[in-house]
Write a protein that binds this ligand. Structure first.
Ligand SMILES: [Zn+2]
Length: 700
């Protein structure tokens, strides 16, 4: 599903291994295309996953020279990257284990029983419909015919608004997006957000880069669009012409869109207006007709997130013949459904471009995995409710909460100790910290899916209705009180996030287990691993983006001028540090794009370290006593590093270096630790060692 760039929440990892189709977002809403990769034949079992695992350590590597290799070589040897993977790491290991658990639930609910509850019927029948390739193949493109007919019926620009509202409702990413979001100026108010969209390549720079590899990728994209048109029944010569039209329109939209780095600054996305004033800007598009068809507010406050984009959209409508608009819409319609809802030929071709060509995966993921993910994306809180009851003991929630409170306390003390921040700003920072809401495991109130109809044997219709349900749910929030209990991730998700407009941290149940956290391990391991994640999310509230929001989630500056300058100087140290890293030949990391995540990694690990030291002192832990050959502090650092053991294909690494706000995992380990003298002390590293930055960066 198309997602507005409005939601500025920051997560622990991008789900690039699930969604190879778009920019590296962290949400789990339905991908428009097939996921890129499959797990090895057998997923890891729970018992095999450990938070601190001495058997993964490679003693032949000097920890002061390459701590990532030292901590992870054993894992690399045990987990060679399978032919069907673009990226495989500890997060994928747990993701695959969770997916096996979800499969067991779904297979049970697939057997029609008279006793199934409403939710059980929906998740079971949606899974069965997705798995039923015989029916999907037999139906061919027929279920999409009514939608194709609607587009073919577009005759004049005046018909476009109602058609576009319908396409947006069913999940087609054409031109722009409308959604609800908290007003940047007043976080207690839900308003209309209009955002840029309409691209088939992952993000705007894919259309503008001029290097040989990018030019080749664009040619491959055009070839892909052409093949999809041919599969939909067009003669090849026409399909070739139409694919060129798609690229031309998308390039125009891309050039008027903000870069993903520009989108990081919420000020760039904040252009308050109201629906009526906004409609006057769009002289060639009746916004009144659009909102009427979308059942969205016809008046009231709105945010035109990218005015330059909407000006270009308006200009494009003025000078583009309607037949070209139809071609563009037809492509986005086919693209939106070319996963598990259309015959395998579409599915295969879509996988081929997005997962294989762009990210290097060599084999398509098995169907059951993709169908399980699909149900998680469409009916996440119905499936999640069963998942939580079976796999998330209440004690885990309590343990996570205790650790979160300990890390928050460490941050409170650390703010006091900062030598660069004034007392005035410190008061504000602490107020914001104390206002953070901790959400753990799953929502207190589950989503009500009773109005969503899921019909067995109708995979495409189910996808349409699931999108309509979600879009209606989202738009209905405009003008209503903010629901602070809502989650952006489903309970089985292996991830975590901070939401600056809510000022809350969120840890889904799916993440709160080995290899990231275990009641069987000691504090050194758990604080090094999950503790650093809690610190990471908390630090997002104070990174280059999060620090611009106040304790109530309003985009409002609470910094003195001098403190702001000192923050920027310190952050610039990290921008330069990551800019200097060449991830693949010719492609450097983007220090500005990754700044928020890098700040969160370094600050988060530091907070976990402080919290753990306090805990160890209170528990009289013997700091010299070795377990498995390592002292408690050494195990803290190894547990931190081992969460990032990951195998990545060069194609995927390139995609990640260009567009993911997270640095590749090797740097999330080594570069972060190079900035912490406490790490070097634990391993008695010499000042000249590779793992020691002589001029360490430090903000939080
Ligand atoms: Zn993050």
């Amino acid at each position: 599903m198309f997602r507005l760039a409005a939601a500025p929440y920051r997560c622990l990892v991008s789900l690039a291994f699930i969604l190879a189709s778009g920019p590296a977002f962290c949400q789990t809403v339905a991908p428009a295309v097939a996921p890129p990769s499959a797990a090895p034949a057998t997923a890891s079992t729970e018992s095999a996953l450990r938070v601190f695992d001495p058997s993964l350590v490679d003693k032949a590597v000097d920890p002061c020279e390459n701590f990532y290799r030292f901590s992870c070589n054993g894992w690399f040897k045990r987990n060679p990257l399978p032919a069907d993977q673009a990226v495989y790491g500890r997060f994928t290991e747990l993701f695959e284990l969770n997916r096996l658990h979800l499969k067991q639930i779904l297979e049970q609910e697939t057997a029609p029983a008279t006793t199934r509850s409403g939710n059980e019927q929906k998740i079971g029948d949606e899974y069965a419909s997705c798995m039923d390739t015989a029916t999907v193949n037999k139906l061919g493109i027929a279920p999409l015919k009514p939608e194709l007919d609607r587009i073919a019926a577009l005759r004049t620009p005046g018909d476009l608004p109602a058609l576009l509202a319908h396409l947006h409702a069913i999940g087609v990413n054409a031109f722009f997006g409308l959604g609800s979001s908290q007003d940047y100026a007043d976080s207690s108010s839900m308003i209309s957000f209009y955002g840029a969209g309409g691209l088939g390549l992952p993000e705007r720079d894919y259309y503008t880069r001029t290097d040989a590899k990018s030019v080749e990728q664009r040619q491959q994209y055009v070839a892909h669009v052409r093949k999809i048109f041919v599969l939909a029944g067009e003669p090849d010569a026409q399909a070739a012409k139409d694919a060129d039209t798609v690229l031309a329109i998308e390039t125009r939209l891309a050039k008027a869109s903000l870069t993903i780095t520009e989108q990081r600054d919420p000020q760039n996305l904040n252009h308050p207006t109201d629906v009526i004033a906004f409609s006057k800007e769009l002289t060639h598009f009746s916004l009144a007709d659009y909102v009427a068809a979308a059942h969205a507010p016809a008046a009231g406050k709105a945010n035109d997130m990218e005015p330059k984009f909407f000006a270009e959209f308006n200009a494009l409508l003025a000078d583009t013949p309607v037949d070209r608009i139809r071609t563009y819409l037809r492509w986005h319609l086919l693209h939106a459904f070319a996963g598990t809802s259309l015959p395998e030929s579409f599915d295969q071709e879509t996988w081929n471009f997005y997962a294989h060509t762009l990210n290097g995966a060599e084999k398509q993921q098995e169907r059951w995995k993709r169908c399980t993910s699909r149900v998680d994306q469409e009916l996440g809180e119905a499936l999640g409710q069963v998942y939580v009851a079976r796999y998330f003991p209440p004690a885990e929630k309590q343990r996570t909460l205790e650790m979160t409170l300990a890390i928050e306390q460490a941050m409170d003390k650390d703010i006091d100790a900062l030598d660069w921040m004034s007392a005035t700003t410190k008061i504000q920072a602490k107020e914001k910290l104390h206002a953070v809401m901790n959400k753990i495991g799953y929502p207190d109130k589950w989503r009500d899916y009773s109005k969503l109809e899921i019909v067995r044997g109708d995979a495409l219709g189910n996808q349409v209705r699931a999108h309509e349900f979600e879009v209606a749910r989202d738009l209905a929030k405009i003008g209503k009180p903010v629901d602070k209990g809502e989650w952006q991730m489903t309970p089985p998700t292996v991830n975590a996030y901070y939401d600056p407009q809510m000022n809350n941290v969120n840890f889904p149940a799916g993440y709160l287990q080995p290899p990231f956290f275990s009641g069987k391990e000691d504090d050194a391991a758990n604080y090094g691993d999950m503790g650093s994640t809690i610190g990471h999310e908390l630090t997002h509230g104070f990174d280059d983006q999060g620090r611009q929001f106040d304790k109530d989630g309003n985009l409002k500056n609470w910094w003195t001028k001098e403190d702001e300058q000192k923050f920027t100087e310190r952050a610039d140290c990290m921008v330069k540090q990551y800019d200097a890293i060449e991830a693949v030949p010719g492609v450097h990391l983007n220090g500005k794009l990754t700044l928020g995540e890098n700040l969160a990694d370094l600050g988060g690990l530091w907070l976990a370290w402080l919290a753990w030291l306090d805990k160890a002192e209170a528990a009289h832990v013997d700091m010299m006593a070795a377990t498995d050959g390592y002292t408690p502090d050494q195990r803290f650092w190894i547990a931190y590093a081992q969460q990032w053991c990951t195998q990545t294909r060069p194609e995927q690494l390139r995609t990640q270096a260009q567009g993911d706000p997270h640095a590749p995992d090797e740097y999330r380990t080594n570069t972060v630790l190079q900035d912490l003298p406490e790490f070097a002390k634990s391993f008695s590293c010499k000042k000249t060692a590779a793992m020691v930055n002589p001029k360490p960066c430090r903000v939080w």
